[in-house]
Design a protein around this ligand. Sequence first.
Ligand code: HEC
Length: 350
Amino acid sequence: MSDDGFAQMRQLAQLAEYIAVDYMEAVRDGQVVNDGEYQEMLEFSQLIVTNISEIQDKSADAGDLTDQAKALQEAIQNKQAIETIRQMSGSLRGTLLALMPQSSLPDHLLSKATVKGLYESQCASCHGAAGGGDGVMAEQLEPAPTDFTSKERALNRSLLGLYDAISNGIDDTAMPAFTQLTEEERWSLAFHVGGLAFQSGSEVTGEAPSVTLSQMVNHTPVQLAAEHPEMTQKGIERLRAKPELLFQETTNPLKITRDQLLLAQEAHQHQRGDYQTAQALAVSAYLDGFELVENSLDAQDKALRQTLEADMMAIRQLLKQAQSPGEVESAVSRTLARLDDADRLLSEST
Ligand code: HEC
């Protein structure tokens, strides 16, 4: 698939996310409460159906995307409950994201003070100093600037969705595309505005984050809560309020290796198996993680370094094609156990 095709898919994932957020303004208890918003929902869902059938023609992997898009459209026509709409939109987004290459993730965020300064100079005139959607220009604008402190909205918005809005702007509204800002500035702003609704929960402590940066970026807090029963809702909200917690974690190269191996395993299992993505992730597990500590590990325990290197090569081979059930999982879990050993050795030595 071409870059254009991927850009189109990303936009469709955006539209699906908008439907999940804005539907609550359009329909309540099976009744249309705002006809303008409801017409927009109908228009967006039709747009998704039309564009997805185009993608489907180009990509054999697109699977049941059309069915999912039509089901969402029908649910909107039937004025189904918001929970149903969110669930359908979430799984449609999930399928689309799994078909796309992972968008490049930020490796760190700008300092809080820098981001606040950027926000004040570029965003506050519309979105308000505290993000309440009440800047000096807000009154003249229709639609009004988003209120980032609205928790219900934030719970249903992914950081990727916010990043895309900042990067591309929003058609037919006052929201401009901030192409003059660097990628790092745009990501930092997305994390900043994406955390404003959750500040009150930021003091909760004690829970270790078990989501990866990529899951955090791609999924809404509502989806994350459903997919991570081991984490509390408060724990997830705290990560949105204090994203730096995720970045501290990912600076340990072996943590990156572990995360990428698990994602590779997941991609290999996914529906018909996405072997190319799985392999790319396994290569990243090595290059973006293990390789950075290879020399220090070699100095501590040469045999372990060699075994791990062989482990990871074996996993890359396995991921090339279908395997009998459990094969990939057991290779990955053996490797994860050895990575734990390496982690202990390295942290003892520092
Ligand atoms: C000229 C006014 C204006 C400025 C300046 C502006 N925005 Fe917006 N922004 C809007 C409007 C209006 C919307 C709502 C559009 C809609 O309802 O679809 C919006 C929507 C957004 C959204 C989508 C939110 C969601 O949940 O859908 C994000 C994210 C966003 N703005 C971030 C920013 C950031 C970050 C800046 C500064 C770098 C900024 N905006 C500057 C007017 C503005």
